[in-house]
Design a protein around this ligand. Structure first.
Ligand code: SF4
Ligand code: SF4
Length: 98
């Protein structure tokens, strides 16, 4: 089990309230709004933390680059091995669904 699997396993062990708090804390640290691919629609829809929550529902469809692996402190902390999460889906989806 690598860092990402451990992170998700630990999140799933939390109560619903604790998990919501942890996700909210992670959302506050996500630098997606500084990424050229992020847009006003995503901001207004409060879409963020795509690596955990999954791809953008209806806002982001044009790839203008991704700063996940270069500018995000969470990428290493959470153990992410993929990127472009807003376009391609969460780390779990890119690892296990495709
Ligand atoms: S890895 Fe990408 S989607 Fe996840 S928190 Fe960092 S910038 Fe946001
Ligand atoms: S997931 Fe990557 S490409 Fe999408 S907005 Fe966040 S940093 Fe940019």
């Amino acid at each position: 089990m690598d860092t990402f699997d451990t992170t998700i396993t630990n999140l799933l062990k939390l109560s619903s309230t604790e998990r919501t708090k942890s996700i909210t804390d992670l959302k506050g640290k996500c630098p997606c709004p500084a990424c050229p691919t992020y847009n006003v629609c995503a901001k207004n829809a409060k879409e963020i933390l795509f690596c955990i929550t999954g791809r953008s529902f209806h806002c982001i469809s044009v790839d203008k680059g991704c700063i996940c692996q270069t500018k995000c402190p969470l990428a290493k902390q959470v153990g992410l091995t993929h990127k472009d999460f807003c376009l391609k889906g969460s780390e779990s989806a890119q690892r296990y669904v495709q």
